[in-house]
Design a protein around this ligand. Structure first.
Ligand code: FES
Ligand SMILES: [Fe+2]
Length: 432
């Protein structure tokens, strides 16, 4: 039996990560997308929110694990739990709000009521269930594991998944540049931006796992627009990438890229005089270059940009669409004028109306659009930049660092993807 429209029998025939060849079917085939929902999104750790969104008992946020809606709730004991946002009666969303504070949740269809942990506490006409009791097995399906990494909340439906720290592995070292650069930690400001893009979720994830080099061609006009009239924007800085394993990856620009994107002197001064010195004291000098605009993706679909300070999730919405959910992340100890400036920066660069986001959105949606063609779908995506180049063994940092722009982390991303897609799972919800 073949997989979807691809004509091949196993996923290994669609992806040769060692050679950087990825069949374009994985960006468009409905059957492959369906496999992703089970084999990737029903078991990998995914970003759910930030602890600053739910500081008090009863605070909640809505999120997604794959296409499954979930609610994440702060409990009385300070712990964070989550449950599938699907009523066990007919499947209505239990909670329709994005965020708030609640003693419990009541389904608006027939009024089944759930407590903060998703247990059923009241049902209208309850006496009519005397012979069909709504026991614990009818509670909202729990998110099997919820854990935080320095403020970032992740969850998985897989009860046997490794711990979050083990899952992040060496990627945590680079994530620290975003979330642990100052003593007070981080918080989100300005709420979420949410919008639909006409492309597969992997276009966003793969771009952020490594892709600094697209800035040379994609973003040059946007960068010219934010620079003074007499500035030279033709000489782009180099960069390097890291492949830390687990399908995660990242890269960072050489100096002075942040100054090319940021013109706000309040932000530049704060970055230069506060963030980087404190970060060097806390994290060491080896990670300092990552501040100068670093990109990263935590497999499968959580990405971030240091310097600009945006985090986002590429929520899958079928093979041809994704929902982007993005936030601005700031240092909790930063002055208010810096927080305001950071929010302004994200809104004008990486948001639905952001200058650079527009460039990316056009690229990704046009890549997706060409997949409508039969012949176009038969091609392979070329993820071969830097293939065979040496890994730098001199860097005293974890992961495989390669100097010069390259697509080594993309090969790591698709190798992890291939591995998970080749391995059926039965370790997800098996109740009623
Ligand atoms: S669907 Fe929720 S109470 Fe009926
Ligand atoms: Fe971009």
């Amino acid at each position: 039996m073949t997989i979807g429209y691809s004509g091949v029998e196993k996923i290994d025939d669609l992806i040769d990560a060692d050679q950087g060849l990825v069949s374009r079917h994985v960006f468009s085939d409905p059957a492959i997308y369906e496999m992703e929902l089970q084999r990737i999104f029903a078991r990998c750790w995914q970003f759910l929110g930030h602890e600053s969104q739910i500081p008090r008992a009863g605070d909640f946020v809505s999120a997604y694990l794959g296409e499954d809606p979930v609610v994440v709730v702060r409990q009385d004991d300070g712990s964070i739990t989550g449950f599938l946002n699907v009523c066990r009666h007919r499947g209505m969303r239990i909670c329709k709000l994005d965020a708030g504070n609640a003693a419990g949740f009541s389904c608006s269809y027939h009024g089944w009521a759930y407590d903060r942990r998703g247990k059923i506490v009241d049902v209208p006409f309850g006496e009519m269930y005397a012979n069909a009791p709504l026991d614990e097995g009818w509670a909202a399906v729990p998110v099997a594991q919820v854990a935080s990494y320095k403020g970032l909340i992740f969850g998985t439906f897989d009860p046997e998944a490794p711990s979050l720290v083990d899952y992040l592995g060496d990627m945590a070292y680079y994530l620290d540049v975003l979330v642990d650069r100052r003593e007070g930690g981080t918080e989100l400001v300005g709420g979420a931006n949410k919008w639909i893009m006409d492309c597969n979720w992997k276009y966003g994830a793969e771009n952020f796992v490594q892709d600094g080099h697209h800035a040379f061609s994609s973003h040059i006009s946007a960068l010219m627009a934010v620079q003074p009239d007499d500035a030279e924007v033709t000489d782009f800085p180099g960069g390097c990438t890291v492949t830390p394993g687990g399908g995660h990856g990242g890269g960072w620009f050489a100096e002075p890229t942040l100054d090319m994107v940021v013109r706000d002197e309040v932000l530049l001064k704060y970055h230069r005089e506060v963030v980087r010195p404190e970060s060097i004291r806390r994290l060491g000098a080896e990670r300092d270059p990552v501040h100068n605009i670093g990109v990263g993706t935590v497999f499968p679909n959580f990405s971030f940009l240091t310097g600009v300070q945006t985090i986002r999730v590429w929520v899958p919405r079928g093979p041809h669409h994704m929902e982007v959910r993005s936030w601005t992340i700031v240092d909790r100890d930063a002055p208010q004028e810096v927080k305001d400036a950071q929010l302004r920066l994200v809104r004008t660069t990486f948001s639905p109306s952001g200058l650079l986001e527009q460039d990316d959105g056009e690229n990704w949606s046009m890549c997706q659009d060409t997949l409508r063609g039969y012949v176009s779908r038969q091609l392979s995506s070329n993820v071969r930049m830097g293939l065979g180049k040496p890994i730098d063994g001199d860097m005293a940092v974890p992961g495989r660092v390669m100097h010069g722009w390259n697509e080594e982390p993309g090969r790591g991303f698709f190798e992890r993807y291939r591995h998970l897609m080749s391995e059926p799972t039965s370790r997800v919800w098996s109740g009623r």
